[in-house]
Ligand binder design. Structure first.
Ligand code: AGP
Length: 608
């Protein structure tokens, strides 16, 4: 939701901090700010808009060897300079940045105002600075004031704080919002994720909930809220720096769409067990006896990840014959679900930090439900809180609109369905072998589709000015319709809806006219004729239809056609998704939208 940076070490901190902040801009980008300490004074600069606006006003910022910074996705308070972080309280004695939500900020703000504190912003975050000031006023030293303040906060936080009385110290703390510490001889960097750290440091500590850090340029200390020292493992991470550059692509999103032959391969590499005609996973950590007892699977996630859950639901029922449902995490966590210890919760998340998905897992754990997390971000909160995990190995996804990780999720769910089906004898070895062989053909078929980009570009020329669009798919391709609609919405700001094709007759058909195109996913499979009827229903009402179908299509009367290679019904969604990603991308480019940082969005929604 937001990105925070803390740095202490070498001189030249200003540039180090701002360059690091740029790598977090995908997390939130409506305003930003930086504080450094120079000659015993805290100097803070803040700007609305992108980080380049902040850079433009920090030229005269004096040098320092430490500081903090923040890039914001507004939760409380409008997008203004006053609401941008850092926040410095009443007398500029401390400066603080925060990612998360302080749920009891209204009560705290009231108490602090009664004690004479003057607030400069509408944010929840600012109460933290005034609370620390109040604790200092009561005679506590800075560290005690910081810890006592944390004990009063309800909600989620990743905080970095500096104070002018200790110009060589940074305090930090984490509760439910991500925070990592990079370590190098004589310098340390705090960040919301590893991206800003990896270009300069390879030793990482994933900070846990409840950890409180005190960092100087020569040392760091981690303790819990009871001031008991805590040891955290140092993980060495090899930075793949070209992962975090656009290469020859104009946008990260297009690069990530084109990475899919590789990332799909990464998702199944080492996970196909040909000898036993099944799939294998290193970190499932749930023994097969318990897996055989599973009588219900709940797949949960948000946004694109929830669309992948929908796909998983079809597969688990069809192949592994396990009753399965796909639930929005934000709904699951509050609906008092009837769970038993034979329920399996599978959470999907690219970031591994989505607050609603984390809360859904916490809810399920209350019922001793076994939990599996399928995530992309190594060491993320979800990866560390589930019983068993499967990493996507898709590499960093910078584009706010998820693309490669959606298909990586589909590959993992496909392999997991084969594994569970073989465990439960609901498919034969021959069927499993056929499914695994077909999967290995997919990267090449994705390459073929990506070579067809020009045709999709031509189609986007005709439709980039529409106001609405309808996406239709049946069966395994219904999730593709949902995902295709979300992509268009997210990056082109055109309103789009994904629907089960047959459902179009029960209402949405009223919307059809010549100005509202329909994108139909209609491969030549057992449901083709059904979808073809829906296409004709649309066209007979003057609606234009862009049909994504397979290359063996015979004569047709579709307005536009995008042909893709054939594959099995189960794997078709992976192929059919590619044209929907490219179509959304091309339309958004023609509309002059900000592809990698769409308005109002953030890459990781770490608040409710
Ligand atoms: C997808 O393009 C969006 N960026 C968004 O819907 C995203 O999928 C959702 O916020 C869930 O994120 P996660 O996969 O990191 O949990």
């Amino acid at each position: 939701m937001c990105g925070i940076i803390g740095y202490i070490g070498k001189e030249g901190a200003k540039d180090i901090i701002l360059n690091a902040l740029l790598k977090l801009e995908y997390r939130g980008y409506d305003s930003s700010g930086i504080s450094i300490i120079n000659e015993g004074e805290i100097i803070t600069k803040k700007a609305v808009g992108r980080i380049k606006n902040l850079k433009a006003i920090t030229e005269d910022l004096p040098e320092s060897n430490m500081g903090i910074s923040h890039t914001r996705w507004a939760t409380h308070g409008k997008v203004t300079e006053a609401n941008a972080h850092p926040h410095t309280g009443c007398n500029n004695q401390i400066s603080l940045v925060h990612n998360g939500i302080i749920e009891n900020y209204t009560q705290l703000r009231k108490i602090l105002k009664e004690k004479g504190h003057i607030f400069k912003s509408e944010t929840d975050t600012e109460v933290i600075t005034h609370l620390i000031e109040e604790m200092i006023k009561e005679g506590n030293d800075i560290e005690t004031a910081f810890i006592k303040t944390l004990k009063l906060l309800e909600g989620a936080y990743a905080i970095a704080m500096i104070n002018r009385a200790e110009p060589n110290k940074i305090y930090a703390a984490r509760k439910s919002s991500p925070l990592v510490l990079g370590i190098k001889e004589g310098e340390y960097m705090l960040a919301s994720d590893t991206l800003p750290i990896l270009p300069i440091m390879s030793d990482i500590i994933y900070i846990h909930d409840g950890d409180i850090l005190t960092i100087t340029k020569d040392s760091y200390k981690i303790q819990n809220l009871d001031q008991v020292p805590v040891n955290r493992e140092i993980t060495k991470i090899k930075a793949d720096l070209d992962e975090i550059t656009k290469g020859d692509f104009p946008h990260y999103m297009l690069k990530e769409i084109h990475e899919q032959p590789k990332t799909i391969t990464n998702a199944f590499s080492g996970r196909i067990d040909e000898e036993n005609s099944t799939a294998k996973f290193g970190g499932l950590n749930i023994d097969e006896i318990d897996l055989k007892k599973i009588d219900r699977v709940i797949l949960t996630g948000c946004g694109t990840s929830w669309h992948a859950c929908q796909y998983g639901k079809y597969l688990f029922e069809d192949i592994a014959r396990i009753p399965s449902i796909a639930e929005y995490a934000s709904e699951f966590r509050y609906r008092k679900p009837a769970l038993t210890e034979n329920t399996l919760l599978i959470s999907l998340s690219q970031s591994g930090e989505t607050a609603d998905t984390i809360a859904a897992i916490e809810e399920a754990k209350k019922f001793n439900v076994r939990t599996i997390g399928i995530v992309n971000t190594i060491g993320s909160t979800i990866a560390r809180m589930v019983d068993g995990g499967i990493y996507l190995h898709a590499g960093t996804e910078i584009g706010v609109a998820s693309t490669k990780t959606f298909n990586s999720h589909l590959v993992i769910l496909y392999l997991l369905s084969v594994y569970l089906a073989r465990l439960r004898n609901t498919i034969t070895k021959e069927k499993a072998n056929e499914m695994l062989l077909e999967l290995k053909e997919i990267p090449k078929k994705v390459e073929e589709i990506l070579e067809n980009e020009t045709q999709i570009n031509n189609i986007s020329e005709k439709y980039f000015n529409v106001k609405n669009a309808l996406y239709l798919g049946r069966g395994y391709n219904f999730p593709v319709a949902l995902e295709g609609a979300l992509k268009l919405k997210e990056i082109s700001y055109i309103h789009a809806e994904g629907y089960p094709a047959a459902e179009m007759k029960h209402g949405p058909i009223a919307l059809i006219d010549k100005d509202m195109p329909t994108i139909a996913i209609a491969p030549m499979d057992r449901l083709f004729k059904k979808v073809q009827s829906n296409i004709e229903e649309v066209q007979s009402r003057g609606g234009k239809v862009i049909t994504i179908t397979t290359e063996d299509i015979e004569d047709h009367s579709f307005d536009e056609i995008i042909k893709i290679p054939k594959t099995s019904e189960y794997l078709m969604p992976i192929l059919a998704t590619i044209p929907t990603q490219l179509l959304a991308y091309q339309i958004a480019v023609k509309r002059g939208c900000d592809i990698d940082k769409p308005r109002n969005l953030a890459k990781s929604v770490t608040v409710e």
